[in-house]
Design a protein around this ligand. Structure first.
Ligand SMILES: *Cc1c(COP(=O)(O)O)cnc(C)c1O
Length: 462
């Protein structure tokens, strides 16, 4: 399997996509062609565990970049840490509607599915190259804990994770500061999440520094982070195909950076019979406007109760756009330049928009409807859901024509306690987990929002 950059670079193998993250020409890596699974191969998935499905689906994408016994071991270890034997269990919500819970990993957020895989894959790949790497990241709360869980105790990776001091929830902070691992350096920045991001950007733009510490990022554009997210679409289909015989299934996907929804699209390209992928956004609705109105223009970010989807430029969207443009990187580059200049993409033509709509549906959900959905789910089904999950489920409710549908649950309701309380008047506590974290000493440093000081701190701690 080879990969090419959306902006023309390549071909490279899987290993290079892991080491590079972003392609050297600024584009995103995509498979040079999509492998196809036959109907027979798909039907056999019904007899396999989640881990074995992951192995089957991901192997063709990885090729000989990782030996198959090592890949199997990485998959078993990664998903063995999930607290549900099915890994991403399906819960029936009502007739022809299921919730797939993606939050059974170590930090109770769906980012664990990707990070538990990416961490060991990166560690293995660096080991083969005989090099070390430094991960520098900025987090508002969800990605940081998942990344730290995925990378802790690694011998050849140091992690510097910047988060806004006193602006994450206590659970999120403790998930980052109590890893007890020598290679993890949580840094509380006296500023906002934007300050953290700007510092990381500034450090990454200093190429000499970047090279010196072999800096790498694990943000959502990394191919090896996207790949494991394909698996649960196949898993869901394998468990439901006999329950809804002869019917095509849709998925409702709470979307921010378009990683999760794009993984569903990938599954479809590889032969999984999906009826539609319903892109569910909060009031930050750039993707919904694109699919429904052919309008991809960036507005100011509005803070919502589903903060992990408060995004106005969906970084993975370029991968879809590349396919929409018939994989012509010149057209794509031109469009991205336009976007940079005018904060809007040129409109795509009628054929292209029809094709897009034959795959994706889209719905944007207001704050009021998000809370209503959380309360309704509790009241009528006795199921507590978090605000991100509520956006997906509310979108599914507005599209009964897409049934049977699986709505993705991307975070445990406990991770967003204030929204939960607002919607349902309920409070939840992870007693055991919290208790364990409370008893572990928190290790972190506090720095002012100053890239120079962060750079020095990193050099001092390597
Ligand atoms: C990251 C995240 C999302 C959005 O996923 P994308 O792949 O960025 O679209 C949704 N819900 C939660 C809880 C998340 O952490």
């Amino acid at each position: 399997m080879h990969y090419i950059s959306t902006r023309g670079f390549g071909p490279v193998n899987f290993r290079t996509t892991v080491l590079d993250g972003l392609a050297p020409d600024g584009g995103l890596y995509v498979p040079a062609s999509y492998p196809k699974f036959s109907r027979e191969e798909l039907e056999e998935l019904s007899f396999l565990s989640y881990e074995d499905i992951a192995d089957k689906i991901m192997s063709p994408f990885i090729g000989d970049s990782v030996p198959s016994d090592i890949l199997s071991q990485i998959i078993k270890t990664a998903y063995g840490k999930f607290n549900d034997i099915e890994v991403t269990p399906l819960i029936q919500y009502e007739e022809d509607t299921w919730i797939m819970e993606l939050f059974h990993g170590p930090t109770f957020a769906f980012k664990d599915i990707a990070m538990q895989f990416l961490g060991p894959i990166l560690e293995y790949t660096l080991g083969e190259e005989g090099t070390n790497a430094t991960v520098i990241g900025a987090t508002s709360g969800d990605t940081g804990p998942a990344a730290i869980e995925g990378l802790k105790n690694s011998d050849n990776i140091n992690v510097f994770m910047l988060y806004p001091h006193n602006r994450t929830s206590a659970i999120q902070r403790m998930q980052m500061t109590t890893s007890g691992s020598q290679n993890i350096f949580p840094i509380a920045i006296e500023g906002t999440f934007d300050d953290c991001q700007n510092i990381v950007k500034e450090l990454f733009s200093d190429l000499a520094f970047k090279e010196k510490i072999n800096a790498t990022s694990i943000n959502s554009i990394s191919w090896a982070r996207l790949l494991p997210q394909m698996v649960y679409y196949f898993f869901a289909w394998s468990r439901l195909r006999d329950v809804v015989p002869g019917k095509e299934i849709s998925f409702s996907v709470p979307t921010g950076n378009f990683g999760d929804a794009f993984a569903g699209y990938l599954a479809m390209q590889c032969g999984l019979p999906i009826k539609s992928i319903l892109v569910a956004t909060n009031s930050n609705d750039i993707l919904t406007r694109f699919i429904n109105n052919n309008d991809y223009s960036s507005h100011a970010v509005k803070p919502t109760r589903s903060p992990s989807m408060d995004i106005q430029i969906a970084s993975n969207f370029e991968r879809l756009l590349f396919d929409i443009y018939g994989r012509d990187s010149d057209v794509l580059k031109h469009a991205m330049r336009e976007f940079k200049q005018h904060k809007a993409l040129p409109k795509i033509n009628d054929l292209q928009i029809d094709e897009t709509r034959s795959i994706f549906s889209a719905e944007s959900i207001s704050e009021v409807d998000t809370l209503k959905m959380m309360s309704e789910s509790d009241f009528t089904h006795n199921i507590l859901i978090d605000p991100h999950t509520a956006v997906g489920l509310a979108a599914a409710k507005k599209h009964p024509e897409l049934k049977p549908i699986v709505s993705l649950a991307t975070a445990h309701p406990l991770k967003f306690p204030s929204a939960l309380k607002e919607a349902t008047a309920k409070e939840l506590l992870f007693d055991d987990e919290l208790d364990k974290m409370m008893k572990t000493e928190e290790v972190f440093d506090i720095l002012p929002p100053d890239a120079e000081l962060v750079r020095q701190y990193i050099l001092d701690n390597l």
